[in-house]
Design a protein around this ligand. Structure first.
Ligand SMILES: *Cc1c(COP(=O)(O)O)cnc(C)c1O
Length: 362
């Protein structure tokens, strides 16, 4: 069996040890004589697995007691609608940082339900995080929303933005569990699992209790946080296998030493790659250094004609899924918690050799 280094943005690679445990337990989970996939979500053992998953997440992120943790369907994209539907209450508008493709999608969805005040925009130079003195926050906003890590544009908030009294909402789909943060600064934090937690099909939603119970009337039950709180995320059948894998990944993160260790590793991985890019004449990353993402590193080759050759030769070195998102082109290396350091070292070595081999073009 020849394994590859998968730099895809998501669904993304999982820790090898988690895959091995899942393989061992595949046919016979905890001596039940059947797979966890075949089991009722009402089974005591499954419910207790789910409770442990919540306990582990609370411990890893130091989630205070006045927050509910939900494991929902619908991906991060369903939160683009659930956030305004649940937090609007009697307010008229919400403030949204527009720092890349994912906050852009959230804005477009939110506009169906609430007036959006958009902070920062794409200009001809591309996206960035606007300077705080230009924010113009509305003191009456229902909430302030941002995408913590823009998975496509490689832009990341390294500090929680200081936004005043309105509840702060963060899409942490591509950064949850990769860095420490103070949960008590937030109203809502959510993350689809397929980037840094587990499989697609499950989305973690962490909501401050006082924000629950104000959903718009007449919305589908599945869009109401209060319904999911009441039913412990089992209002209907959850994505059971996705829950199971996420539970294993959370245990793995704990064994590795927790989020602090994940943060050190992600800084080291990203540091190596940015250094290679900055020291080269062939590669370029155009994000302002202070907002560069530690998880997703987009870069372009100075000559687009080399793109295909780069991808082909990288694949021959078992470095796969480096092609950039179709909307921005170039390359992108996504390096979530499961990405081993040796993969980054292999990538960096490959990039340096590729530059030497193509020196005349650069
Ligand atoms: C991938 C991604 C999403 C979309 O997730 P879905 O589960 O496909 O809806 C949203 N936000 C960010 C930051 C992402 O990286």
């Amino acid at each position: 069996m020849e394994l590859v280094y998968n730099f895809g943005a998501g669904p993304a690679m999982l820790p090898r040890e988690v895959m091995q445990t899942a393989q061992q337990e595949f046919l016979d989970w905890h001596d039940f004589g059947m797979s966890v996939m075949e089991m009722s979500h009402r089974n005591d053992a499954f419910v207790s697995m789910a409770q442990n998953m919540e306990k582990d997440l609370r411990e890893l992120l130091a989630i205070p007691n006045n927050y509910k943790v939900l494991f929902l369907h619908g991906g991060a994209s369903s939160q683009f609608a659930m956030v305004p539907l649940n937090l609007k209450a009697d307010k008229k508008s919400a403030d949204y940082f527009h720092t890349g493709a994912w906050s852009g999608k959230a804005i477009n969805e939110a506009k169906r339900f609430i007036k959006v005040n958009s902070i920062g925009q794409s200009n001809t130079q591309g996206f960035t995080i606007p300077e705080p003195d230009s924010w113009m926050l509305d003191p009456h906003a229902a909430y302030v929303y941002y995408a913590d890590n823009e998975t496509i544009h490689g832009i990341q908030f390294h500090e929680v933005p200081n936004v005043g009294d309105a509840p702060l909402v963060a899409d942490m789909t591509s950064s949850l569990l990769s860095k420490c943060f103070d949960m008590s600064r937030f109203g809502v934090v959510f993350a689809a699992a397929q980037k840094n937690i587990g499989l697609s099909g499950m989305t973690v939603v962490i909501v401050r209790e006082d924000l629950i119970g104000y959903a718009e009337q007449n919305i589908p039950s599945l869009y109401d946080y209060a319904v999911h709180v009441e039913h412990h995320s089992m209002f209907n059948t959850p994505a059971t296998y996705s829950w199971y894998i996420s539970g294993l990944v959370l245990q793995w993160v704990k064994q590795q030493g927790g989020v602090k260790v994940m943060q050190e590793r992600s800084k080291m991985r990203a540091g190596k790659l940015y250094e290679t890019i900055d020291n080269s004449k062939l590669y370029n990353n155009c994000v302002v250094p202070e907002y560069r993402s530690t998880m997703n590193v987009p870069f372009v080759l100075r000559d687009d004609a080399l793109n295909e050759k780069f991808i082909r030769e990288a694949e021959a070195c078992k470095l796969i899924s480096l092609k950039g998102h179709r909307s921005v082109g170039g390359m992108r290396a996504s390096m979530y918690n499961s990405m081993p350091m040796e993969a980054v070292d292999t990538l960096v070595g490959f990039m340096q050799n590729f530059e030497l081999d193509n020196a005349c073009v650069a």
